[in-house]
Design a protein around this ligand. Sequence first.
Ligand code: PRP
Length: 301
Amino acid sequence: MMPLLFSLDLTLPLFQPLCDGLPAEAGDLEYRHFPDGESYLRVGSEVIGRNCIVLADLSRADSQFLPLQFLAATLRELGARSVGLVAPYLCYMRQDRRFHTGEALTSRLFARWISQEMDWMITVDPHLHRYHSLAEIYSIPTRVLAGAPALAEWLSRRGEACLLVGPDAESRQWVEGIAAKSGLPFIVGRKERRGDRDVTVKLPDITNEQAALHSALIVDDVISSGHTILQTISELKSAGFSAIDCMSVHGIFAGDARQQLLNAGLRNLIVSNSIPGQSPAIDLSPLLLEPIHEMLASAHT
Ligand SMILES: O=P(O)(O)OC[C@H]1O[C@H](OP(=O)(O)OP(=O)(O)O)[C@H](O)[C@@H]1O
């Protein structure tokens, strides 16, 4: 029997491609709020003995997490055979240690709560910095997919020579992967973060050959406040680059970050459809289909 695909938001750009591609039956879910703001959920589909997949946008997790947990727990109570989570963007990964005494280790707490309600989880390029794998904090089977091949494919379709630029050491993995596929040169900068919106990015010396390209493409995993990219744009402008683009797997764009980046002279802002509402150029659904099948198969064994 086909799996059931549920989401609290049926307008998520990945919902229909996953329904069609898996294929999966769209789960019938009523989700609304009571006048006091509390969530009301009612599952209309018969879920007994069925594999259920929940597609979730976690880019605004503080309002999205509780209804997600209500949904997963309800599917389980109603007799679902398994409940798996597809969270293309995985939130709460940046507080991966106590930087100051007494801080909440939110990455670990979030992972514990998700692991209590879900049987498995698939995500794309989670911010793994001081953790080496999700298994350090998630106790359920997880699968991490790399967005870089999809980014590289977009780049090869565009066919414009450019210098690939990673703003910080963490971005090296994506920039290097894309450079290997495209044969384009790359550099990686050094970032110092002093606060949420207080970062400095310093790029290494740029060779004459690299500068002669005039076109640069900044590659990063996630854009939040946009300050990492703003700093990188400023460095590239000082080095004489006239066409600056930015490509990121996850475009969160907190506040007016998107507009600030465009005002700073960014030519194109290329993001995937992991998060709704950003005119995505890169479709992640082809990446997700096979891993979801594999998770469903292993949930049976
Ligand atoms: O748009 P912004 O608000 O600048 O945030 C996005 C940046 O933050 C993350 O790294 P972070 O600076 O958290 O570094 P980390 O690898 O030390 O966690 C991420 O890799 C981006 O580079």
